[in-house]
Design a protein around this ligand. Sequence first.
Ligand code: PMT
Length: 220
Amino acid sequence: ASEPLLAGVRLLLTAGPTREALDPVRYISNHSSGKMGYAIARAAREAGAEVTLVSGPVALATPPGVTRVDVESAEQMHQAVMSRVHECDLFIGCAAVADYRPARVAEQKIKKTGDNDQMVLTLVKNPDIIAAVGALPDKPYTVGFAAETVDVEQYALDKLARKRLDMIAANDVSRAGQGFNADDNALTVFWHGGQAPLPLADKLTLARHLIALIARHYRP
Ligand code: PMT
């Protein structure tokens, strides 16, 4: 048998949403289920990689042979990634990281008051995890995702350049039946000097195609 595609490659991967606390019982988040990232973890493990999966809160079982690190917030995910990134060869950012978090987390449950019909939340920017990885002098081969609702290619290419990625997988998350929380997805993958469409399929099939594409371009 031939050598598996990613034999011995150390992959660090993020998946799922983050939760940004407002008070002890409430948070801001998004509809990421983790299915896409977990499928990539499984496909990479099948391809022989050593996989560490930094996961936001999801309801999925850890794929066999994968090391999982659970986090909740973007700041925790940032810390979990930056403390492990120096021991990886390949980084894939599939998590839907919240771009902003509440400026302050109330210590007690926020009360509804009789006199206020409106409430204003002040949000502050979260760290951009994959941009921090892309800025490292000894950065791993870095693959991002782009979740877009319009001008998919233009925004994906902008993120590829601005976050100093080697490759980006763009999905149009405005389409029904694919993207966030769906079982299927479709991707267009861009790298410097090329692109490839990965048409609509279940997320594991798509993850296997993405891993094969990464293996063709990956340079340690
Ligand atoms: O989890 P599922 O339900 O299966 O859905 C899959 C998915 C739609 C979430 C997935 O395919 C996907 O698109 N993931 C990226 C979602 C996203 O946040 O995209 P973005 O375009 O906002 O971010 C671009 C890139 O920067 C991503 O690699 C993201 O992980 C990264 N990022 C973003 C913000 C931030 N603060 N830190 C980051 O690292």
